[in-house]
Design a protein around this ligand. Structure first.
Ligand code: FAD
Length: 464
């Protein structure tokens, strides 16, 4: 018997889902501990309020519910040592100055020379968050050297039901999905026979069935919401699609399908969290809401499939930087805390799968027009990260930005990092590392929540 009953989508999905669920049972406790119990991974810095929605006036979409609010850390003493700007800049002088790209490059090549001092790890010294690298899949959070951003405790501001909905939320989702509408006609239809989950991967044989599901899904969105041309034309940069044609989507190449699945999987994960941590407005209690799950996810096996897809993708990305994570310096000036953080990271790293077992990114961007396609892909993902500034609920914006950064970082690791020679890898900012691990944790939590929801359905329906 298939646990998830997604037979309509992937014939061998049970084995695939089971494999990922088993992996999740193994790593969830480590991810939970690292994200809840270490200062480094339980805090985040971002521009939460200072950026305006670049695409439309967002005044009408603001969420007034108390659940939408975020408590930021306003006082320096409330910010954990490991996150204080002063601490980060201490070896550069009283005020940290950004070293600029050239010096960063030099520092990377000669990490033990110059101002940094022998044996001092770079991650303790300078911040890279306000510098853009061409290989980034997200727009950096802090655009100016002086903007230090807002500090938040992720534990104190959990992602859960906020009540944010209506036209504002719909407009954001709609414009995110429109980014999937790549302007070039798909030349590489033949490559669609291959999937990053092909061969021995647990997602074997996705291919054409998935295309069909994705196209149907897109048709549903179009039917349910209608396509608003004004949103399309509002997208900055002039690279909006000429038209949204679901038939074209039917034949689309693997890279474009991956883009769609990442976005849909992120959406599904957000829906899972809000259904799992739902406010019963009559009793005032926070509980899982089975009806919410059935309405938004259970009825749509393709959405659940996309969520599992994202889990596999993130696992591969974090697995790829296993060594980097193991070697990372946590510089709180508190050796006890640093050791605890390091041990948590080591436990996680040791439980991660090796190599491209769950996701093989090497089948992507192989065709002759791969460079242009990759750039298009990257630009579109950057646009998704810009759209996050249009989310009219602070809490949703916080988690939306963090998870977009997490997926953007994963894509950067998958497509720009070289496992055999790391010397030319782009830098990994501390906010990217924190977003990456927290996004994996969010997905891991989604898998656990879905399992619980499934059991609730089985119990209710007396399924043995
Ligand atoms: P929505 O979830 O708004 O979906 C809109 C349409 O998209 C659906 O009608 C459907 O056609 C399609 N769709 C839905 N799911 C998928 C999928 N997985 N794949 C493909 N298509 C899909 N609310 C909270 O309570 N807490 C939060 O933390 C939160 N975070 C958010 C973060 C972001 C970035 C955004 C944009 C919204 C967030 N929201 C949050 C709001 C929430 O996502 C919903 O928009 C809201 O609950 C209204 O839901 P809905 O039923 O109208 O459908």
């Amino acid at each position: 018997v298939c646990d998830l009953e997604p037979g309509a989508i992937v014939s061998d999905a049970c084995a695939s889902y089971n494999t990922l669920e088993q992996l999740n049972d193994a790593i969830h406790p480590y991810l939970h501990s690292i994200t809840q119990n270490t200062d480094f991974f339980s805090h985040y810095r971002l521009s939460l309020y200072s950026k305006k929605c670049p695409f439309w006036s967002d005044e009408n979409g603001m969420c007034g519910n108390v659940a939408c609010a975020v408590n930021t850390l306003e006082n320096e003493e409330d910010i954990p040592l490991v996150w204080r700007a002063k601490e980060l800049g201490r070896l550069e002088g009283p005020t940290a100055t950004h070293p600029g790209k050239t010096q960063q490059q030099e520092n990377r090549q000669r990490p033990l020379q110059g101002k940094l001092g022998a044996g001092v790890d770079e991650s303790c010294v300078v911040e890279y968050d306000d510098e853009c690298d061409d290989r980034d899949y997200c727009v950096p959070e802090d655009q100016s050297a002086t903007a230090k951003g807002d500090y938040v405790s992720l534990v104190e501001n959990p992602e859960r039901f906020t009540g944010y909905s209506g036209v504002g939320a719909q407009q954001v989702w709609e414009s995110i999905y429109r980014e999937n509408c790549f302007s070039k006609p798909p030349k590489d239809v033949q490559s669609s026979a291959q999937s990053p989950f092909g061969g021995a991967s647990p997602f074997g044989g996705f291919g054409n069935e998935q295309q069909l599901v994705a196209a149907n899904q897109l048709r549903n969105i179009m039917k349910e919401q209608g396509i608003q041309q004004n949103v399309k034309s509002a997208i900055a940069g002039g690279n909006a699609p000429e038209r949204l044609d679901p038939v074209e989507f039917d034949d689309t190449c693997i890279e474009k399908r991956v883009f769609y699945r990442v976005v849909s999987g992120m959406h599904a994960s957000i829906s899972t969290h809000l259904c799992y941590d739902y406010l019963n407005q009559t009793t005032g209690e926070w509980n899982p809401n089975l009806a919410c799950y059935e309405e938004r996810l259970h009825k749509f096996p393709d959405r659940i499939s996309n969520l599992y897809f994202n889990y596999a993708l993130m696992l591969r990305a974090v697995g790829k930087i296993k060594q980097h994570v193991k070697d990372y310096s946590f510089c709180s000036e508190d050796p006890v805390q640093d050791t605890r953080t390091k041990n948590s990271v080591l436990r996680l790293a040791s439980a991660l799968p090796d190599g491209p077992e769950v996701f093989d990114e090497s089948v992507m961007f192989r065709d002759p027009d791969a460079i242009a396609l990759k750039e298009d892909f990257r630009n579109r993902f950057r646009n998704v990260s810009r759209i996050m500034d249009c989310v009219g609920c602070d809490k949703c914006r916080l988690w939306g930005k963090l998870q977009t950064n997490g997926y953007g970082t994963a894509l950067k690791v998958l497509f720009e990092f070289d496992e055999s020679d790391s010397s030319k890898d782009p830098p990994l900012r501390r906010t990217e590392l924190v977003a990456l691990i927290n996004t994996l944790h969010r997905l891991s939590h989604s898998l656990s929540a879905i399992k619980e929801f499934r059991q609730m359905i089985e119990k209710r329906d007396n399924i043995p």
